[in-house]
Design a protein around this ligand. Sequence first.
Ligand code: HEC
Ligand code: HEC
Length: 237
Amino acid sequence: MRGMFLVLCLSLLGEAPALAQQMAHYPNDMADRVQACTPCHGVEGKGTNDAYFPRLAGKPAGYLLNQLEAFKAGRRKYPPMNYLLEYLTDDYLAQIAAYFADQHPSLPEKPPTDVSQTVLDRGHAIVTKGDLDRSIPACVSCHGSSLTGQAPGIPGLLGLRATYVSAQLGGWRYGTRTAKAPDCMQLVAARLTEDDVRAVAAYLANQPQPADPVPSAAGSWSLPFACGSQPDGEKKP
Ligand code: HEC
Ligand code: HEC
């Protein structure tokens, strides 16, 4: 396994551009350069049938860059991704992020759900209203009322599979996924029980495709508290 990833790393490295470029720009042959990513993330980052490999297409560029930096630095752990990004320059990571943010292949078909209506209702309540008694904020307060996220750092939550969402919330709860400080998602995830996570993940995966999956512009709404991934996003006193 590791040998294969080294080969992928080397092919990426060999093609890394010598000159730094602006965040919003990437070379024309970027689709060829990111072929090492396609087996797991699909063509144009549209995702695959694997329940654990996330879609990348159309997520905010700042969010994608934060993830690439987190894998490179080991703040987020998945060994194949950690090896693959280890030797790529920060400029190149920014180009990769900009490329995937610009792709808009169709969203996957919503998979059938295997949980009860009671569980879906609980997920719906947490996502849209939170649970004030337990200091759980509504997910929509940051991810947006249509759950499509906000540039530059807040991802949408639709088009993700339940397995992937649970694994990410688990990663924050158990410390294998860490975002820039203050890590607001760590605070949110720490307040959720296993049952909450299951309900929220099932509810999100069961939502229809949004009419417009594009993330909202930066500053479209203020966050209830600070997130390092979204500088100046919270309400000013
Ligand atoms: C062997 C499969 C594999 C390969 C190859 C791979 N990835 Fe990943 N990638 C994953 C998995 C699995 C995750 C989720 C890991 C986790 O649970 O944190 C992930 C997560 C990501 C994320 C975070 C997505 C999100 O929504 O938070 C980004 C960005 C990413 N990969 C980019 C890339 C890029 C760019 C490449 C090519 C240079 C690549 N990946 C190659 C499997 C892979
Ligand atoms: C205070 C703002 C805030 C609130 C409230 C919030 N989130 Fe987040 N969420 C974020 C930010 C910022 C990120 C990106 C973190 C990073 O850079 O890795 C994120 C990322 C995520 C991700 C990772 C998506 C991916 O593609 O890997 C999931 C899943 C998630 N949030 C679920 C939730 C759920 C479920 C709730 C409600 C229980 C919630 N969030 C509430 C700010 C928030």
